[in-house]
Design a protein around this ligand. Structure first.
Ligand SMILES: Cc1cc2nc3c(=O)[nH]c(=O)nc-3n(C[C@H](O)[C@H](O)[C@H](O)COP(=O)(O)OP(=O)(O)OC[C@H]3O[C@@H](n4cnc5c(N)ncnc54)[C@H](O)[C@@H]3O)c2cc1C
Length: 580
């Protein structure tokens, strides 16, 4: 039986080395010792998580996990595999604890990507001292439109600069030792010139305790400090500047590439804890002479929830392999990475909605993890680019994924990447342009690894989709219709999702029963999105015919359903309960 879901009490995880084991187990212990009652009290009080920050400082947790080896002592490395293990644990116990770690990661992105050795050395020392960091990108008026950044860096006659302006929604803005701040360099009078290239963008660091730094307020009512901060003629010298021009722009997007991967992993942690809590509650609640877990519709809801979570995890784990194996010659991670952000987090939302239907009123109770989780799960698709923005990115890869614009390319087999190592390439990703030129391997090879009934049906759905793309190709007007594009993207995302899940199903020796049940869900999702396209006001008659062909249903196999339910889903009942 697979033990793929995190269960802190079973100690069922494999760790790469002793130090990692010790740090991750201590983190689990920190939360179990703190207990559910105190965690919930702090959540309701919106208490700043000083205890967790003291714990991480004492154990040099962020220092070990977020310092590249050349700037830290033995054991320091940036290793996506183990960082995801921590993401999952922090999401499991509370998104607030995850957020302070996550925005530190974002803040460190532009620093470790820069050539500023002085700031890098200071950063390593700050990490060792237990400090936290922040990423000052967003502004109140501009949302996703970072081109319009209005924070100014004004050159002074003596060769220094003054920073002026405000940032909004910036995590750790109350205490961050360094906040990597994105701005535009102005003329000497403080005017921003609208240039066509990216030459006036810049990243520099500021300290939240400086007298010219004002932490205005926490704009969210939460344990997290999501700040609005202002720089009042904050003095900046070349020594504080991380990057300028295209390099600053690239550092911005490449940092988000690193950070947004974590969102999917936080979702996995949240959903895992919520699943245990929902199962325990339903299994012990007796209504109309039935345990809740015995109702047919509840069985289906639990089945789908478990399968969605398993798929999220298999996809997320395979995403790590591609992230850690990425290079200038293999940029496939640029598709899989926004999928972990966008698809995995929205699957998390769907799963939590299904669990909410089961746990019902209990999910509102203040002493449950669920009450916190149902709010938290909503945040993840919205951070670091909304679902729409990420879908717009994912769609760019569609023609080459299907080998329609560029031929397929042979790549060396990507192994399971749980090895010990620093992910150097993440800080040397290079330019952010040319996405539509990225080549892929033939996705059908992954689908040929399995011939279970539902995988076969899904292959027919993919063929029908390809027919639509080649025989009723969207016209120019539809290509500009973002609603139509989004719906097409949803369908495409299922094909990519299935590919990585199948690759990992082999590596994690997932039984055929489970694989077939996974595709039971994927077929239904694909059909639902096809119906959405069919109903789209801009679909032509010919396209409507293809969309109807794409709607299929999974096989009916009651015995398989029962086997999976008993062996994998209901066997989790009473397996985990957080220490009160
Ligand atoms: C709790 C929290 C913490 C945060 N922490 C940080 C942080 O530490 N640092 C930081 O820099 N930022 C942070 N943010 C900001 C976050 O990254 C932004 O919320 C996000 O980038 C989207 O901006 P917006 O929410 O203002 O949406 P808007 O940009 O206002 O978008 C509005 C709508 O338009 C759509 N849209 C916008 N542009 C496009 C497009 N090009 N294509 C298609 N659709 C589009 C969006 O999908 C959305 O539906 C945080 C936000 C929150 C809520």
């Amino acid at each position: 039986m697979i033990k793929i879901l995190l269960n802190p009490k079973l100690n069922n995880r494999t760790y790469q080395d002793e130090e990692t084991r010790e740090l991750l187990e201590k983190t689990i212990q920190f939360f179990e010792n703190k207990g559910k009652v105190k965690c919930k009290e702090d959540f309701h009080e919106r208490a700043w998580y000083r205890d967790f920050l003291d714990f991480q400082k004492e154990n040099k947790l962020f220092y070990k996990f977020l310092t590249p080896p050349e700037y830290g002592e033995e054991g320091c490395r940036w290793d996506t595999y183990r960082n995801c293990q921590l993401n999952e644990i922090l999401g499991f116990y509370g998104l607030g604890y995850w957020y302070t770690w996550q925005v530190s990661i974002l803040g460190l992105g532009p620093i470790w990507q820069s050539n500023n050795e002085k700031v890098k050395k200071e950063t390593a020392q700050y990490l060792k001292d237990g400090e936290i960091f922040g990423f000052g990108l967003s502004e109140k008026e501009h949302g996703a439109d970072i081109y319009s950044t209005s924070m100014k860096l004004i050159p002074q006659a003596d060769g220094t600069f003054k920073a002026k302006g405000e940032k909004y929604y910036i995590g750790n803005g109350n205490e961050g030792a360094f906040l990597s701040t994105f701005a535009r360099i102005t003329d000497k009078d403080g005017n921003i010139e609208e240039v066509k290239d990216k030459s006036n963008y810049t990243f520099f660091v500021v300290n939240s305790q400086h007298k010219n730094y004002e932490c205005i307020k926490n704009v969210c009512s939460s344990q997290n400090y999501v700040s609005n901060y202002a720089l009042h003629d904050y003095p900046i010298t070349e020594e504080d500047i991380l990057s300028k021009g295209q390099a600053a722009w690239d550092a911005c997007l490449n940092t988000i590439n690193i950070g947004k991967f974590n969102l999917g992993w936080a979702s996995i942690g949240i959903c895992t804890h919520a699943l245990y809590e929902s199962l325990n509650h339903a299994a012990h609640r007796n209504l109309f002479d039935h345990y809740v877990t015995d109702f047919t519709h509840i069985k289906q809801l639990f089945m789908d929830s478990y399968i969605r979570l398993l798929s999220m995890k298999l996809f997320g784990l395979r995403g790590i392999d591609y992230m850690r194996s990425a290079s200038k010659d293999d940029r496939r991670y640029l598709l899989y990475n926004p999928m972990v952000k966008m698809k995995v987090t929205t699957e998390g939302e769907k799963m939590m909605e299904q669990l909410f239907d089961i746990i019902a009123a209990k999910g509102f109770e203040s002493d449950t993890y669920f009450e916190e989780a149902i709010q938290a799960i909503k945040a993840l698709p919205k951070l670091e680019g909304t679902v729409h923005v990420n879908m717009a990115l994912v769609i760019k890869f569609m023609p080459n994924f299907f080998g329609m614009m560029a031929p397929y390319k042979e790549f060396p087999e990507i192994p399971k990447r749980d090895d010990i190592g620093n992910d150097d390439f993440m800080f040397d990703q290079g330019e952010t342009r040319g996405l539509s030129k990225i080549q892929f391997d033939d996705f059908s090879k992954a689908y040929d690894l399995y011939d279970t009934p539902n995988v076969q049906i899904f292959k027919s759905q993919i063929e029908a989709m390809k027919e639509f793309m080649t025989k009723a190709t969207p016209n120019m007007k539809q290509a500009d219709d973002f609603d139509f594009l989004l719906k097409s993207g949803e369908i495409f995302a299922n094909v990519v999702y299935g590919k990585l899940i199948l690759e990992n199903a082999k590596k994690y020796e997932i039984e055929d029963d489970l694989v077939d049940q996974i595709f039971d869900v994927i077929i239904r999702d694909f059909s639902q999105s096809s119906l959405g396209l069919y109903a789209s006001p801009t679909a032509s008659k010919k396209q409507e015919e293809y969309f109807m062909k794409m709607i299929m249903k999974p096989t009916k196999d009651k015995k398989r359903f029962q086997r999976v339910l008993e062996k994998y889903v209901y066997s989790l009942i009473d397996n985990y309960e957080m220490t009160p």
